[in-house]
Write a protein that binds this ligand. Structure first.
Ligand SMILES: Cc1cc2nc3c(=O)[nH]c(=O)nc-3n(C[C@H](O)[C@H](O)[C@H](O)COP(=O)(O)OP(=O)(O)OC[C@H]3O[C@@H](n4cnc5c(N)ncnc54)[C@H](O)[C@@H]3O)c2cc1C
Length: 397
């Protein structure tokens, strides 16, 4: 919500170039944006809270914890069941950095009454990057400190380069190979970079160093639930590997922290728990997005991954500048990159950075799922001018 509002703000400001007057005087009203977000979240939560009752399912509001293999305690009462599905999500990590208590998590940032003037983000993964871009374009001075050699390590290398250029445009400073030594009460962040001490000033420090699964507070040991990096260790049926009457989904099962994963896994786990294991999870085609500005969408293998697997990987690329829809909207920053197998023309991966990347990549996911060859997609009819057209043009080239 924050990102889409900032995108609108940015596009409106850039409207001056398209012939719209008065765009210089636009201001980002942080308080109003946060208030609208709170309102929408409250509305959605209210409607969700009513759903179990509408379905005739009793719901208890409270923190549950296992007190036995088949028993949980909630609000002072004990309840037993034959089967359980754990869907307790994840919580932001507070890294073991001296002074981490002076930092804030993403959960806290979206409740700040004032927009930070200077924000230091510790962590260059998807959450750090999304907040970094949103706040930078909303007017905050942003510095991202990443411990490893590169931000968003799972990205295709060329897509990352475009992202780094976009970060420069947004005024974001990115530092890599950073060891954060301390966070002061005054929000000064002391670091070591290439054996030199560097200090960064901020009025808020965002801790974006991952979201461990929220399973430990459930006392999983009371039900002999085996964990893997803090998440419930499950098989392809989403069933605990150590306690067969227990299933886990979404962030509690660990591997892919995305909302649609939780929505997809929930019904599968419930079916398997109630009717016996019949449905396995399938993530063979798994599109995902990072809502930076511009956004990134990806599905399948990166060029590097394909080559590492010994595949004869070839690449087709098309900069957004060649997309007429991007041109008329003045959103020409970005590229589409298709990785395919030479000879068979099998699509191995598609990587997009640019406006609407999150939607464009879904077209690619459908094509991969349907077993379409690159040349077949490239020969298809499509609606013109559209951002989605870029995927067909890239496959045609
Ligand atoms: C800042 C941020 C941005 C994100 N952006 C995206 C995005 O753009 N796209 C995307 O797909 N995903 C995104 N995600 C990830 C997505 O939110 C999660 O993957 C998804 O919410 C996981 O769903 P879940 O049902 O597993 O857990 P949750 O949605 O976290 O739900 C878990 C629920 O369990 C409750 N609970 C926890 N412990 C107990 C207990 N002991 N007893 C009873 N109840 C308990 C919690 O209160 C909570 O209501 C984002 C996450 C963050 C933090």
């Amino acid at each position: 919500m924050l990102v889409s509002t900032v995108e609108l703000f940015l596009r409106a400001r850039r409207g001056g170039k398209l012939g719209i007057d008065g765009t210089d005087s636009l201001r980002f009203n942080w308080r109003a944006v946060i208030a609208r977000k709170d309102e929408i979240v409250a509305q959605w939560s209210k409607s969700k809270n009513n759903t179990p009752a509408q379905l005739g399912v009793p719901a208890l509001m409270g923190r549950g914890e296992f007190v036995g293999a088949h028993e949980i305690a909630v609000n002072g009462g004990n309840y037993s069941a034959d089967k359980f599905v754990i869907a307790t999500g994840s919580t932001p990590a507070r890294p073991p950095i001296p002074g981490a208590q002076f930092g804030i998590t993403s959960d806290e940032l979206i409740h700040l009454p004032e927009q930070p003037q200077q924000l230091v983000v510790i962590g260059g993964g998807f959450i750090g990057l999304e907040f970094g871009f949103a706040l930078a374009w909303a007017g905050t001075q942003v510095t991202i400190l990443q411990s490893g050699p590169e931000i968003a390590p799972a990205l295709d290398d060329e897509i990352r380069q475009v992202l780094i250029e976009a970060a420069k445009q947004a005024g974001i400073v990115i530092k890599t190979n950073v060891k954060v030594k301390t966070i002061g009460a005054d929000r000064k962040v002391e670091t070591e970079i290439a054996a030199r001490t560097e200090t960064f000033s901020a009025d808020q420090v965002l801790l974006a160093t991952g979201r461990p699964s929220n399973v430990a507070p459930l006392h999983p040991q009371a039900a002999a639930i085996e964990l893997d990096h803090g998440a419930v260790k499950v098989n392809d049926y989403l069933q605990s590997t150590s306690a067969p009457h227990i299933y886990a989904v979404g962030d509690a099962a660990g591997k892919r922290q995305h909302s649609p994963v939780a929505w997809y896994e929930g019904p599968i786990a419930a079916q398997n728990a109630l009717r016996g294991n019949s449905q396995k999870i399938d993530f063979s085609v798994f599109p995902s997005a990072i809502f930076t500005i511009p956004a990134i969408g990806q599905v399948g293998l990166t060029e590097k991954e394909a080559l590492a697997r010994g595949l004869k990987a070839k690449v087709s690329k098309l900069p957004y500048e060649y997309n007429p829809a991007a041109g008329v909207r003045d959103e020409t920053e970005g590229m589409v990159k298709v990785v395919y197998e030479e000879g068979s023309e099998k699509i191995l991966g598609v990587h997009v950075i640019g406006a609407h990347a999150e939607d464009i990549v879904q077209i690619a996911a459908m094509a991969i799922k349907g077993g379409l060859k690159k040349t077949e997609v490239g020969a298809m009819h499509y609606v013109f001018p559209t951002f989605g057209g870029a995927i067909f043009d890239t496959m045609a080239s």
